[in-house]
Design a binder for this molecule. Structure first.
Ligand code: NDP
Length: 401
């Protein structure tokens, strides 16, 4: 019997809360709080209709540490699941320490004024969480999250050593819209427009954004162009698996998305520095976000599948092998189950799984943890049982690029 407080009421949260309600033996009491209470109530209504479970709702501005601490003290959860935005990570971690609750998120901290994400800010909480006897689990989404666990599973069961690792993220879904982002537009565009970066022989190699393109034939999706990008799990995988010589992250983008992105960048609409407009400061990217569809609204529109996984080349029993571990998720099936598209689904389900492993004590520890530091087996088992089945395939040869 465990109480949980979920903060944030977007697409990812909606999936996670529906899935928690479907597992009420583990999540016996759920409170959902966000900046806009009406969004929490809409999710609560859907949860009640789909599962018969009643959840509580509350209003919170999670930038406010004192108010968040007071909410945690009032709700008394064992665990706070942060599904708001990366900007709130540190304030929610502070509130968890003050009120004495475990912490989980799906995306690492970003300061608002720099398009930059790295674990240093959250890793700096290591001693405080350890001394308080609390656990902070970072990045329990798909990537980071499932891809990190696919890597630790590969290392535990399939390879004695990993030499190269490629993470391939394909969204073959089509909304029919000219331009939409599949998760929070502001965070998504900051990530996509950042310079590419990958890990090679002990150092970061940087290049211009979206400049290295490869064609890859994805199972159940077909051939897609994918682009080399920086992504946050590269940093923790390089730290916790120093044996891996090269780690890269690839994401697919359609031509229409890239054409729109180029124009938006050229006219300055992806800028994150303030500009004066009619006598007041605005941030162009935040203005653009107000014009774009909310990810939570894309559910009924999206057709097609996602295919996300890891390709690791290394050695098993003296033989060089290349292993591909991946999941394919169908947007329409995800929508039928929870009312949300597959990007929210593939993030919300692992958030629920990470939360349940903490609540049931299968994952425990005092301090700040990344996903690949914990035993992959119970997580991999739950993926199969809760809507994200995975498969392992041996490839004939390492990637040719
Ligand atoms: P949405 O924009 O749909 O939802 C974000 C929610 O957070 C909204 O309900 C918003 O409230 C709420 N929120 C924002 N600021 C505050 C605040 N100060 N206090 C309280 N609530 C706040 O985003 P998504 O659901 O698409 O994404 C959620 C998180 O998941 C993001 O951090 C994203 O980076 C991460 N993510 C991780 C992935 C992974 O694989 N690891 C993949 C996809 C997303 P309101 O609507 O009222 O403004």
């Amino acid at each position: 019997m465990s109480r949980v407080l979920v903060i944030g009421a977007g697409g990812v949260s909606s999936v996670a809360v529906h899935k928690m309600a479907m597992n009420s033996d583990i999540f016996s009491h759920i409170t959902l709080a966000s900046r806009t209470r009406a969004k929490c109530e809409a999710i609560a209504d859907s949860v009640r209709q789909r599962t018969g479970v009643t959840i509580e709702t509350a209003q919170i501005d999670a930038d406010d540490v004192a108010a968040t601490t007071a909410l945690i003290r009032a709700v008394k959860p064992l665990l706070v699941v942060n599904l708001a935005l990366p900007y709130q990570d540190l304030s929610i971690m502070d509130a968890c320490l003050a009120a004495g609750a475990h912490y989980l998120d799906t995306a690492n901290y970003e300061p608002r004024d720099q398009a930059k994400f790295e674990y240093s800010w959250q890793w700096a909480y290591q001693d405080r969480f350890r001394d308080a006897g609390l656990m902070a689990l970072l990045g329990s989404g798909f990537d980071p999250g499932v891809t990190s666990v696919f890597t630790s599973y590969t290392r535990k069961h399939l390879l004695d050593r990993i030499d190269t690792l490629d993470i391939l993220d394909c969204n073959g879904g089509d909304t029919g819209l000219a331009f939409a982002t599949n998760f929070n537009p502001e965070i998504n565009l900051r990530e996509v427009t950042a310079p590419s970066r990958h890990w090679q022989d002990g150092q970061w190699i940087e290049g211009p954004a979206l400049s290295n393109r490869q064609l890859f034939d994805f199972d159940q999706v077909g051939p897609k162009n994918m682009y080399l990008m920086y992504h946050e799990e590269l940093e923790s995988l390089a730290k916790f698996y120093p044996e891996i010589r090269r780690i890269r992250f690839w994401m697919t983008f359609g031509d229409s998305y890239l054409k729109h992105l180029e124009v938006l960048q050229n006219v300055g609409l992806t800028r994150i520095d303030p500009v004066m407009f009619e006598g007041r400061e605005i941030i162009p990217l935040q203005f653009l976000q107000a014009l774009l569809p909310e990810p939570a609204s894309l559910g009924p529109l999206t057709r097609g599948k996602t295919n996300i996984g890891t390709i690791a080349t290394g050695v098993k029993d003296g033989q060089v092998k290349t292993l591909y571990v991946n999941n394919v998720c169908d947007h329409e099936a995800a929508y039928a189950e929870t009312g949300n598209q597959a990007i929210s689904y593939t993030t919300g389900v692992p958030a629920m799984i990470g939360a349940s492993l903490i609540l049931t004590g299968q994952w425990q520890g005092a301090g700040v943890f990344n996903m690949e530091q914990l035993d992959p087996d119970p997580f991999m088992d739950m993926l199969n049982r809760h809507g994200l089945p995975w498969q392992v395939r041996e490839l004939d040869s390492p990637l040719a690029f």
